[in-house]
Design a protein around this ligand. Structure first.
Ligand code: GAP
Length: 457
């Protein structure tokens, strides 16, 4: 990514243009939490809508759910999270900052060494041998590695002293596994079929940071495909392709995307892969596609006592379906989309304009209504009332028209509609295109169709 974009620039643009604010900002903030502002919430909703459309609405074999965040604690025993959802943590004894040992190694080696396959001892030895220093204070004064638990705990119970520990879910997919039988029965679904959902997840990350990239509270868009073991590799490859095609359709370019096949697999997994994106911080995981075998359904079967097998009505074969999981973070995808869309464009007059080239279907506002002068406000509001029934529109009558165009460019509004004195005479308006800055004249009653055609996904 060589477009002059740093994470700080993006954070500032987000803060000043209403995309994303620091969480609890008036109290000095709350580390690694972010609030989505009036512009950002539209962008994130449009990303989630695009995913749902592609993977649920347009796929007759995929069913959506919205499961509870708080689940029976046994779910997290069955999933293995209670026992082993942790990261290798090292503390710097000098400055007390915490780090993930695997991250220290990968950053020190500029990603030429993968800590994925290392044991705790191997990581400690590597850090000692290479004298990897604390990135915060520069000292070499580490504690041994300890396993840092990533699940947030809370408690449930009304009687003093009788509280049960419950967990904030660290991933949404368990809500899909535990509803396998419900969805199959109520929708008369035949394997292969998938269950999808979008929802919040929570992780007590050791080293969150890099803006929306790694936060403690985030949204996941996850899909579990339940299939016959013999068909499972075919579905795995199919979701690899579909996941890549999806992010390309959202505007991420091929040169900033690549597959990363995992070398180290969980003992139950048959294959796993990430799609990585070239963020302003470098190549990092954007999403995951995992072949999970029968692990999830067999574990939930064992822990709940319910038979999770599927009886094929055509062949009479009884089997535990394999799971292919496709998982992507909505916030992380939004960060990638914003990074890709950002441009500092040099204009002929020597000025620079910042433009967010979002695909029109993703743009927070589709149209901005701009009366050339305040006394054209009445007519402009008529146009706003007409278009806002169909699209998210912005209305702005303050400041010079040039400055108003620039503001819309920075939030990625594909069309600016200007109302001038001719509008009062002939009911036509000027429509300015964000990317080309070209302007055309259109009758007001053709505006909605014109915009609709340009924003379809
Ligand atoms: N159910 C599988 C699962 O949760 P994961 O690789 O841990 O797998 C899937 O997470 C995706 O969720 C990641 O590829 C990323 O897009 C997003 N994600 C994970 N942790 C995140 C965090 N702390 N902050 C933001 N997004 C995160």
């Amino acid at each position: 990514m060589d477009k002059n974009l740093t994470m700080d620039k993006l954070v500032n643009l987000c803060k000043n243009r209403g995309f994303v604010f620091q969480g609890s900002e008036i109290y000095g903030g709350f580390a690694n939490t972010w609030d989505f502002g009036p512009v950002g919430v539209e962008l994130k909703n449009n990303i989630k809508r695009a995913w749902w459309k592609k993977f649920v609405q347009e796929d007759p074999n995929t069913y959506g759910v919205d499961a509870a965040i708080l689940m029976n604690p046994k779910v997290w025993e069955a999933s293995g999270h209670v026992q082993s959802f942790s990261d290798p943590q090292m503390d710097c004894k000098s400055c007390k900052y915490r780090f993930r040992a695997d991250n220290l190694i990968e950053e020190h080696s500029k990603n030429s060494v993968s800590a994925e396959k290392m044991t705790t001892k191997e990581m400690e030895d590597y850090i000692a041998e290479h004298k990897i220093k604390c990135p915060h204070c520069g000292n070499f004064n580490w504690t041994p590695i300890r396993q840092f638990k990533l699940m947030f705990e809370t408690s449930r119970g009304t009687v003093e002293g009788e509280k049960d520990v419950v967990y904030l879910r660290p991933e949404t997919c368990q809500g899909e596994y535990v509803n396998f039988l419900n969805v199959q029965r109520t929708m008369r679904a035949k394997v292969p079929f998938a269950i999808a959902q979008i929802g919040k997840s929570f992780r007590n990350e050791i080293t969150p940071g890099n803006f929306l990239f790694r936060t403690v509270e985030f949204e996941q868009m996850e899909l579990q495909m339940f299939c016959h073991p013999e068909k499972s590799m075919e579905f795995y490859k199919n979701y690899k392709d579909r996941a890549m095609k999806f992010v390309e359709e959202l505007g991420l370019t091929k040169e900033n995307l690549r597959y990363h096949d995992h070398e180290k697999l969980a003992h139950y997994a048959k294959a796993a892969c990430d799609i990585q994106y070239n963020f302003p911080i470098g190549w990092q995981e954007l999403n995951g596609i995992h072949h999970r075998g029968i692990w999830d359904l067999s574990r939930h079967g064992d822990f709940s006592g319910k038979n999770m097998e599927y009886l094929d009505p055509y062949t009479n074969e009884k089997f535990l379906p394999n799971v292919i999981e496709y998982s992507i973070g909505a916030d992380r995808l939004m960060l990638a989309i914003m990074s890709e869309a950002y441009e500092e464009e040099k204009l002929e007059n020597g000025e620079t304009r910042v433009v967010m080239h979002f695909k029109p279907f993703l743009a927070p506002f589709k149209v901005a209504i701009l009366p050339l002068q305040k006394n054209l406000g009445e007519k402009a509001k008529e146009v706003y009332n007409l278009l806002s029934k169909k699209f998210m529109c912005d209305y702005d009558e303050a400041g010079s028209i040039g400055k108003r165009y620039r503001r819309q460019d920075e939030i990625g509004t594909p069309f600016c509609v200007t109302i001038d004195f001719d509008t009062l005479e002939d009911n036509t308006v000027t429509v300015r295109d964000r990317d080309t800055m070209a302007q055309i004249r259109l009758p007001i009653d053709e505006l909605a169709d014109y915009v609709q055609k340009k924003i379809e996904y």
